[in-house]
Design a protein around this ligand. Sequence first.
Ligand code: BT5
Length: 244
Amino acid sequence: MPLIEFDTIDSTNAYALKNFSSLATGTVISAKCQTAGRGRLGRKWLSPENCNIYASLVLRDVSRPGFLTGLGVLSFLREAAPEIGFYLKWPNDIYTANGKIAGILCEGASFSGGVITGAVAGIGININMTAEELSAVGQAATSLFCECGRKFNLIFLLSLLEKSLDMSYIKYSKAPRELFNDWRRENYLIGREVEVEVFGEEMRHGIFADVTPDGALILEESTGQRSVFSCADVKLRGNFMPQA
Ligand code: BT5
């Protein structure tokens, strides 16, 4: 996979989107620091210097980038720290029992008739961030350092991540259905009681019944009514964190 590295950048996703037409598929853009790291719905992604992975993957011919990226990051984390339990929380956050360790921001980059034909998948993974630095996040968050009690080599981990994303991309190209089934199986919230918040609307409660083939959440409320959400914030009801 081609790799373009920056010391400081506003956002690796912004760079990948701006230069999308000239970047080969599979290119990874990474930076040691982001000054305007972003999350979903205009939220901020804390991106202090030299301690985490901030990367964007260019996917020129992929209409649903979330499945392969989520699984790639999950298997990367499991390889980097096999002793820790990692969970995929819809749509594509990765958690340990102690909080969020990674987030993914997928943005459409090319379209045909309103349908996404190419995308950028932004990946933020907390590696060596300390508990004190993480306290600024505003929700329970963790890092590999906090989980394992040791510092990790960022250069080695970035190459491990690239390999893992490459494997996922190959699987997506050869067996997309199998890849979707793997992603569905890894969705920790399926079958559990959740609260769903759609921007600007009131909170909905119910069982996270399943995902649709394009990855949207299916919520079943106590009335038996089923609703589909493509973009929302979801919380596990009661017991917020997965129990390792
Ligand atoms: C995400 O958004 O989880 C997607 C984050 C994607 C970041 C990467 S970094 C490389 C690439 N370039 C970018 O500019 N972005 C991508 P969301 O689900 O909206 O979660 C954002 C929320 O996570 C924030 O409101 C905070 O509560 C929390 N948060 C912020 N920084 C965090 C961090 N470093 N670790 C854990 N949680 C964080």
